[in-house]
Design a binder for this molecule. Structure first.
Ligand code: LLP
Length: 429
């Protein structure tokens, strides 16, 4: 449904919209997001997870891409959201998101953020450490509210992804280490606290995963823990949140295996362990981010300077780069792209797509196969929906691109282009 047709002008049609016309209307760089694709993914979550297994819940990890409009779409589709900061929480509040469906994460939540969470009645706080537990209890007491929490556990499993986005290993800044003396102490404390209602546990093993092994290893570890705390402390786990991390396709080499590949074995393993240990199966929560939004987005740029270094490389300069997509520089992420106004032309060259930042690392794509190109051509980089807009910066004082959503071939602006004055607007001199 997404990358299907090419029209008579040889233009790239994205979700029913001619990308060249979008460029004429909104300029470049431009983030384009398919609402239809987001909805398709939410439907898939319902079909393959929520409706297939009872006592389950899905939340969208909003760090991947968050606007008020996104909150509305996700909420309409029946998902909750996970937020990791006051800013993400505030966005949800402003979008009118049902706050009981919000899960609040973070390894060092500030007092202000915790207060906002309490006042806005977020549904769950995933508590990362004992300092936070005491803080939350004290601040909740002031508001006379009992907060439902999960403990984030570091399961101590490695996931096979870039180390900066791998989170479950023993040496991690996230979560409570799997040490009986620390963990049991935390559970005792929580059970004693008047304004804390401990419901269970959370883990997240990493991001952009193609294998389910780390999830399954973590599930085994958590179920052992759930059994132990029941036997030794009498604590009954009601909820288990298994995080997100399901991989998507960025290039032809990527072979994501879909949601069922993850959730079916996870659910089977949880059920088996519960049977084996004679436990009631807890509610299971998943929190995918990238899987919902990643492939739904493309970024359009205009090609400018073309620099041919004989026998070495041809650099194609674009009017964006690292500020709108830091992932290649940060994680050596690979992307694919097409020349959006020359879709049927013969491939004749291999080029390097270079961003416009004053920094050699600002290279978006190496060795992209392209037809004959010239300044003014449009390039469409695929799978930029996740962790692009949300990670964009103003490096080199470059304004951030607008976001246009497409539904049924109809485009609408959801975030306008930033101006130079926007960038300067917080300066006080
Ligand atoms: N839940 C928790 C607790 C997480 O920490 C994350 C991601 C997710 C869910 C969602 O993971 P996803 O389903 O999107 O893989 N900026 C990096 C990704 C960082 C992910 C951090 N945590 C990137 O651009 O690849």
């Amino acid at each position: 449904r997404l990358f299907t047709v090419i029209n008579r002008e040889n233009n790239f049609i994205f979700n029913g919209s001619d990308t060249v016309e979008l460029v004429n209307k909104y300029g470049t760089p431009l983030y384009v997001v398919s609402e239809d694709h987001i909805i398709d993914r939410c439907i898939e979550i319902k079909r393959s997870f929520l409706e297939k297994y009872e006592n389950t819940r899905a939340v969208y990890a909003s760090k991947a891409f968050l606007t008020k409009e996104m909150c509305k779409i996700v909420s309409r589709e029946g998902l909750g959201i996970d937020v990791v900061s006051g800013g993400e929480m505030y966005t949800a509040i402003k979008a009118g998101f049902p706050m009981e469906n919000v899960i609040f994460h973070g390894n060092n939540k500030t007092i202000d953020e915790i207060e906002l969470a309490i006042k806005s009645n977020v549904g769950r706080v995933v508590v990362d450490n004992l300092y936070e537990l005491e803080l939350l209890n004290a601040l909740a007491a002031e508001e006379n509210k009992v907060m439902d929490i999960l403990f984030r556990i570091t399961p101590g499993v490695d996931s096979y992804t870039h180390e900066y986005i791998s989170t479950g290993q023993i040496d991690s800044k996230f979560g409570i280490p799997l040490k009986e003396e620390i963990l049991f102490e935390a559970i005792y404390m929580a059970m004693d606290m008047e304004y804390i209602n401990l419901l269970g546990f959370h883990f997240h093993v990493g991001s952009q995963l193609f294998e389910n092994t780390s999830h399954l290893m973590a599930v085994d570890i958590l179920l052992e823990l759930i059994k132990d705390v029941k036997e030794k402390i009498g604590f009954e786990t009601e909820e288990l949140n298994v995080g997100g991390g399901f991989g998507i396709a960025y290039t032809k080499e990527d072979n994501p295996r879909g949601l069922s590949y993850f959730v079916d074995p996870i659910m089977e393993e949880i059920q088996n362990k519960c049977n084996e240990f004679d436990l009631k199966r807890p509610k299971v929560i998943i929190e995918p981010g990238r899987w919902i939004i990643g492939e739904a987005g493309i970024t359009l740029y205009t090609i400018g300077a073309i620099k041919e270094i004989p026998n070495v490389r041809t650099y194609i300069g674009i009017d964006g780069g690292l500020p709108d997509n830091p992932r290649p520089a940060l994680y050596k992420a690979h992307y694919e792209a097409v020349i959006a106004n020359k879709m049927n032309e013969e491939i004749v060259n291999k080029v390097t797509i270079a961003g416009k930042c004053c920094e050699s690392g600002d290279i978006l794509i190496k060795d992209l196969e392209v037809p004959e190109i010239e300044p003014g051509d449009i390039i469409a980089v695929k799978s930029t929906g996740a962790y692009n807009y949300s990670m964009a910066s103003n490096y080199n004082m470059i304004p951030r691109p607008p976001v246009v959503m497409i539904k049924d071939g109809v485009d609408r602006l959801v975030v306008r282009r930033e101006t130079y004055d926007d960038i300067l607007s917080r300066e006080v001199i």
